[in-house]
Design a binder for this molecule. Structure first.
Ligand SMILES: Cc1cc2nc3c(=O)[nH]c(=O)nc-3n(C[C@H](O)[C@H](O)[C@H](O)COP(=O)(O)O)c2cc1C
Length: 317
């Protein structure tokens, strides 16, 4: 396929694998790159324990970047989480990861969160490509990001896995609304699990797709086998939304978080911590499994190459 997105990404398919905390390491990212998409390393890529030291966090990421390079000759991306210019400049974790990315000559940056103009300028000066994904997509945010120099925009509907947008705008309504508001290409995200979803995203005005959950249930994903099996064996009816922050297959931990949320407790940090314990370690009593609303149609654990070919079967360029 050839379009504006494949040109910018230099890939065979207009496809980006969404970075997922703990669950997107060198092996998965290189497999996506070798299959013709853009793989993206997420936070704690390749790690099993958390570090609270910014230098160690950055150096671990340097190792994972080098490991990815050893597994593929294609480009890949890195996730940068921005809290906005003011917050980022005092954040040693942010600085550390960014410096390592520039030193290691990473070209593609999946920036999520706030629009940090200084960050955008630094990426541009380094010759990098900015793929911007607001956590909550609005037309205004998309237009601001376009003006600030983003190359590609990701429109995420509430159907997605991971930390949920703050509004209940579904993928089907979000894509055309945002695509009409900007001139640069948008990629659709949220609940896209097969070729029907890819075709729908294109029909709605997206020029590419950005997929997270479906890659968890692949042979190469570092996610635990318990997680992969739970995704294959569960459906929408087995899930719960917790405090509006995250959706999970109902594990013991998810039940405890639901109770906490009902008492107005903040479950955000349990959510992200739960990704490691449930999804990486496979401890379903103490962790959660965050996935999109469409897992009814995920019925197997293919290789990344098989999955990517299937996703684009019959999709017109
Ligand atoms: C378990 C999980 C963890 C995620 N962690 C992150 C993250 O750390 N950074 C990020 O930018 N997006 C994160 N995401 C969002 C994905 O990058 C992507 O936007 C989303 O998965 C797309 O929706 P889908 O899951 O329906 O395909 C996460 C998603 C999941 C399912």
């Amino acid at each position: 396929m050839k379009n504006r997105v494949t040109e910018i990404l230099n890939t065979n398919y207009p496809l980006i694998q969404g970075p997922m905390s703990w669950n997107t390491d060198a092996t998965l990212v290189a497999a996506v790159a070798n299959a013709g998409g853009l793989g993206v390393l997420g936070p704690n890529a390749g790690q099993t324990v958390l570090t609270s030291d910014p230098t160690e966090t950055a150096e671990r990421m340097r190792n994972e970047i080098r490991e990815t390079k050893a597994l593929t000759k294609h480009s890949f991306g890195l996730n940068i989480i921005s809290g906005g210019e003011e917050n980022d400049k005092d954040n040693p974790f942010f600085e550390g990861i960014l410096n390592v990315a520039f030193e290691e000559k990473v070209n593609y940056f999946v920036v999520i969160g706030e629009i940090n103009k200084a960050l955008f300028a630094d990426i541009k000066n380094a010759g990098g490509v900015i793929i911007y994904r607001p956590l909550t997509p609005t037309r205004q945010k998309m237009q601001e990001a376009e003006q600030a120099g983003a190359d590609l925009l990701v429109v995420t509907g509430h159907d997605e896995g991971g930390i949920l947008p703050e509004q209940a705008l579904g993928t089907f309504t979000a894509i055309p609304s945002m695509a009409d508001a900007v001139n640069i290409p948008v990629l659709g995200a949220g609940g896209i699990n097969d070729a029907r979803g890819v075709k729908a995203a294109f029909a709605l005005g997206a020029e590419g797709v950005f997929i997270g959950t479906r890659f968890l249930a692949t042979k190469e994903a570092p996610s635990s086998i318990e997680t992969k099996k739970a995704i294959v064996n569960s459906g929408y009816a087995d899930m719960a939304s917790i405090g509006g922050v995250v959706r999970s297959i109902v594990t013991e931990k998810a039940k405890a978080m639901l109770a906490k949320a009902e008492n107005n407790g903040d479950t955000s940090s349990d959510a992200v911590g739960g990704f490691r314990i449930g999804m990486l370690e496979g401890n379903l009593d103490e962790g959660i499994i965050s996935v999109n609303t469409g897992i009814d149609v995920i019925n197997d654990i293919p290789s990344v190459k098989e999955l990517v070919e299937r996703l684009f079967e019959g999709v017109e360029g």
